[in-house]
Ligand binder design. Structure first.
Ligand code: SF4
Ligand code: SF4
Length: 135
């Protein structure tokens, strides 16, 4: 099984098409929607984590491309340095997927790597350089 994180940008005309349904049903893929945003009358953006057999993954990606969907692979990984972190929560407010959250009981930051889509927003925001992008 292989896993890919991708950003899909698709034109307005495709917004009402059941794209994720086809990935699951026709290509036997596990699809996890990490982020979805639609600009009315313009375009849609989906950040997906797709998992399945390599051949199915490639076929699914080809299906998307043939339907006019633009695909970018997310490759970056985020490294959080707990020792540098002051738990200021600046990254919590900016993270679109809630990969960084605050455990309010102890007022400490928590990081769920599986939720991170590698957008990098937190990296530039952290005042203590506690987050790095690892290529
Ligand atoms: S912005 Fe940096 S220092 Fe602040 S909570 Fe996040 S990782 Fe820690
Ligand atoms: S890179 Fe940072 S802001 Fe973006 S999803 Fe990952 S943890 Fe959240």
């Amino acid at each position: 099984m292989k896993k890919k994180r991708v950003v899909l940008t698709f034109p307005h005309g495709l917004l009402d098409k059941p794209i994720t349904y086809h990935l699951i049903k026709d290509y036997d893929l596990i699809v996890n929607i990490l982020k979805a945003a639609v600009t009315p009358k313009e375009q849609g953006l989906l950040v997906l984590e797709i998992e399945g057999k390599e051949q199915n993954l490639n076929s699914g990606i080809n299906y998307l491309k043939s339907n006019g969907v633009k695909i970018d692979l997310l490759k970056e990984d985020i490294k959080w340095d707990k020792d540098k972190c002051t738990h200021c929560t600046a990254c919590v407010t900016v993270c679109p997927t809630e990969a960084f959250t605050l455990d309010r009981a102890v007022m400490r930051l928590e990081f769920d790597k599986n939720k991170c889509i590698g957008c990098g927003l937190c990296v530039t925001l952290c005042p203590y350089r506690a987050i790095e992008i690892v290529f």
